[in-house]
Ligand binder design. Structure first.
Ligand SMILES: Nc1ncnc2c1ncn2[C@@H]1O[C@H](COP(=O)(O)OP(=O)(O)O)[C@@H](O)[C@H]1O
Ligand SMILES: [Mg+2]
Length: 215
């Protein structure tokens, strides 16, 4: 006789598997519809990743999911190279799952310096070296353009974003850039070290690009 598994170690990825969180799901839906920025904060193992993944998968929302823990697992620590490798993987995954975006996005991406794309199987490779690093803004612009053409909205999700501190990537500037310029990209950030996240996002500082913008 088997023992029913009540808790798997994996984050849940479907709304039907999620207990509670109905209110939080509703808030994510609102943020998505209104194109704002969502920051999901809470202690470890409270279900942040499950909430975000279930939301994205169950509502069929096209998303680029950057899991910063995966960088640490694969590379031992967070580095610029690790970040770009994870982003390459996330973009390849996006192309694989979103056939409607595929042709157009591949055309846009292949025009960007430092990006190489192949179609079968869909995969993306990004240069990360200092001399020819792919401009992140152009990658995001490409996604935004295609989403706009298709009348869709894409979520950029960064899970455990506090771990990105120290590689010289300013999350507040990135998020503010998206918020101000890319109407078809919605950002969802999660973090488990709440105090750190406030620092990382600059939420205490009135001159932070994000001050007053985040919900
Ligand atoms: N609302 C929920 N319903 C069912 N299982 C949950 C729920 N929230 C979390 N879990 C389970 O708890 C564990 C931790 O969830 P996870 O999403 O990884 O948390 P976090 O990202 O906050 O660290 C996982 O095993 C996940 O399957
Ligand atoms: Mg998590």
């Amino acid at each position: 006789m088997g023992v029913p598994v009540l808790f798997s170690l994996e984050p849940r990825s479907r709304v039907e598997e999620l207990y509670d969180f109905r209110g939080e799901l509703g808030e994510l839906v609102d943020v998505y519809n209104s194109g704002r920025v969502a920051v999901v904060l809470g202690l470890r193992r409270m279900g942040k990743s499950s909430l975000v993944r279930s939301f994205l998968n169950s509502y069929g929302i096209p998303h680029v999911m950057i899991d910063v823990r995966r960088i640490i697992i694969n590379e031992g620590r967070v580095s610029v190279r690790g970040f770009f490798n994870e982003l390459s993987r996330a973009l390849g995954d996006f192309l694989e799952r979103n056939e409607d975006f595929r042709g157009r996005l591949v055309r846009y991406l292949s025009r960007i310096r430092g990006v190489s794309v192949s179609l079968s199987p869909p995969s993306v490779s990004l240069s990360w070296g200092r001399a020819n690093r792919v401009p992140l803004t152009e990658l995001l612009n490409a996604i935004n353009e295609v989403a706009e053409d298709l009348g869709r909205k894409v979520v950029l999700a960064i899970d455990e974003a506090q771990e990105l501190r120290g590689i010289g990537l300013s999350i507040p500037t990135l998020v503010a850039y998206i918020y101000d310029n890319l109407g078809s990209v919605v950002t969802i950030i999660t973090g488990s070290q709440v105090g750190l996240m406030y620092d990382v996002l600059g939420l205490y500082e009135p001159d932070s690009p994000l001050y007053g913008r985040v919900v």
